[in-house]
Structures are given as C-alpha cells and as structure tokens.
Design a protein around this ligand. Structure first.
Ligand code: E4P
Length: 217
C-alpha cells in the first residue's frame, strides 16, 4: 500500500518523508489556500518545492473546468517535474482530459469521485489514480469504505490498472480499513500515519526492557 500525505504544508511533508514511509503527496486548491499559497506563480513554485522534498508522486490539481483549459493547465503542470500527476475533476470534460493525458503518457488522478460508476469511467479513460473521498461520504452518513470495496471489486473484475487512491482519510482506522479492503494508496493527514505507530503495550514493554537493562549496568 502506498502512503501519500494530503497537505501542502512543507513541514509536515518533510516530517512524513523523514519517517521513511512516504510515497507521495496530494494537494488541492483548498489545501494550498490553507497554507496561504495563492496566485498562479506561487502555486507552481510550491509544487516544485514539494517535489524537491519527496521522491514520489505529487498530485497537482487543474482549476479549469473546460477541456481546453484543463489540457493547457495540465501540460504546464506536468512540465514542472516528472513527479507531477495531473489531478482532474470527475466531470465530463475531466474524463475527456484524462483520456487525452493518458494517451500522451501524462499521469492523472481523477478527483472528487463518490460512486462506482464514476470510478468505472475514470478507469475507462486510463486514469493512473482514482480518488474516492471516503471521509466526505462518512460525513453525510454514507459508508465511504463500502464504496472503496465496490470499486476494488469492479476494477478486479476487469483487471483495470487504475490505482484506487483512498482520499479524504480522516483518521488512522480509515488507513487500516482501506488496507484490509485493498486500496492501492491512501492519502491522509500526518496524524493518520503517525497514529499507526502507537500502542500502549509497545510503550510499557519498551520501558520495562530499558528498566531491566539498567539493573545489570
Ligand atoms: C484528495 O486528494 C483530497 O485532497 C482530499 O483527500 C480531500 O480530503 P478532505 O475531505 O479532508 O478535504
């Protein structure tokens, strides 16, 4: 399972990278705005900065909602760095743009996916990644994990190569549950990754080992 961090915060990206388990970064316009990164040039520079911190894939989202605009923007984003994956929204022009990019060998992440049908379309268009937003479904009393498992089933039925990128992860149990279901990738906040580390028996066991070692020295 690949681990992506879902943030535009450079300190958190560095921290996750230093842990040695980071495979990439996802961003979106809201995450950029949260870090105070505004304006086209600043945003492009920020993508370059993120690429210089991580070794893996960095999703960069287009703002255009029309086909021509997405192509122009996506090509410019992809030219920034080979690590860039162009993120397009799940709308008709986004599907068309996804097909265009995949035919050209530009990697894509189809975002804002909330149904199996949408995930099927993304795979048909040759998406590298599909991003079902499980937390946002949970927020409205709908089972986000169930969606991930249904997409897994459909993709396995036809051996689609599109990777399921479980997005909108809110906490550590989402990560564990997505791993059980077979999501290829998860993207979440640093806290969701760090939560995997913690167990009270690890802490008390280590304290006891150190205490006993100290008795003989
Ligand atoms: C995915 O790529 C999105 O950036 C993200 O996971 C959305 O998460 P949210 O629902 O916490 O905003």
């Amino acid at each position: 399972m690949k681990f992506f961090i879902d943030t535009a915060n450079l300190d958190q990206i560095k921290e996750a990278q230093q842990l040695g388990v980071l495979d990439g970064v996802t961003t979106n316009p809201s995450l950029m705005a949260k870090e105070g990164i505004t304006g086209k040039e600043n945003i492009l520079q920020h993508y370059k900065d993120i690429c210089s911190i991580v070794d893996g894939d960095v999703s960069a989202e287009v703002i255009s909602t029309d086909y021509e605009g997405m192509i122009k923007e996506g090509e410019a984003l992809a030219a920034l760095n080979p690590q860039i994956v162009v993120k397009v929204p799940m709308i008709a022009d986004g599907v068309k743009a996804c097909k265009y990019f995949s035919d050209k060998g530009i990697r894509t992440n189809v975002t804002l996916v909330f149904s199996v049908g949408q995930a099927l379309l993304a795979a048909k268009a040759g998406a590298t990644y599909v991003s079902p937003f499980l937390g946002r479904l949970d927020d409205i009393s709908t089972d986000g994990l169930h969606l991930i498992s249904e997409i897994r089933l459909v993709y396995d039925n036809y051996a689609y190569e599109t990777q399921i990128l479980a997005a909108s992860i809110r906490h550590t149990m989402h990560v564990v549950d997505c791993a059980k279901i077979g999501a290829d990738v998860m993207t979440g906040p640093l806290s969701s990754i760090e939560g995997l580390l913690r167990h009270p028996l690890t802490d008390s066991g280590l304290a006891k080992f150190l205490e006993d070692y100290a008795k003989g020295n």
